[in-house]
Design a protein around this ligand. Structure first.
Ligand code: CA2
Length: 149
């Protein structure tokens, strides 16, 4: 099984650390990427880290991941609550998927309580801040390590 992990980020996450720190914290997406890369090294994973405000780009990366990746970490942003297209793309990806939300979506508006992605994810991490990405990578490493035995 490939140890390449795609870390995918949806719309507006490029603003991380620049607006609404009371909800999303003060780390920027570049900080998150740096931390993911450091942890990936420790876990002997390779990562491809992407963010887009466009639904089709996220879908194209999921399709690319089908060919080469052993897992996906995805924070689909607001597409979490709207996108059957992202769900369909993820349904065509066999290895484990971890869904991450920085904020506790269940503590927020009702429209954030439903996720199209959760039903296809191996695990969901919400409300742990940007640490959620690290937790997701650790879980994927554990799943990959146990599959290799
Ligand atoms: O909590 C999360 O990670 C979310 O996926 C973030 C999405 C939101 O639509 C989901 O309901 C929960 C929004 C990402 C927008 O990120 C911003 C960061 C800073 C300033 C403005 C937006």
């Amino acid at each position: 099984m490939s140890r390449l992990i795609f870390v995918l980020n949806g719309p507006n996450l490029n603003l991380l650390g620049k607006r609404e720190p009371h909800i999303y914290g003060s780390e920027t997406l570049a900080d998150v990427e740096r931390d993911c890369r450091a942890l990936a090294k420790e876990l002997a994973l390779e990562i491809r880290f992407h963010q887009s405000n466009r639904e089709y780009e996220l879908i194209d990366w999921i399709h690319e991941a089908r060919e080469v990746a052993g897992g996906i970490v995805i924070n689909p942003g607001a597409f979490t609550h709207t996108s059957v297209a992202i769900l369909d793309a993820l349904n065509a990806f066999d290895p484990p998927i971890m869904e991450v939300h920085i904020s506790n979506v269940h503590k927020r508006e009702a429209f954030r309580h439903h996720s199209f992605v959760s039903g296809v994810a191996s695990g969901v991490i919400v409300g742990c801040g940007t640490l959620g990405y690290q937790l997701a990578l650790r879980r994927l490493a554990q799943l990959l390590n146990s599959a290799a035995k």
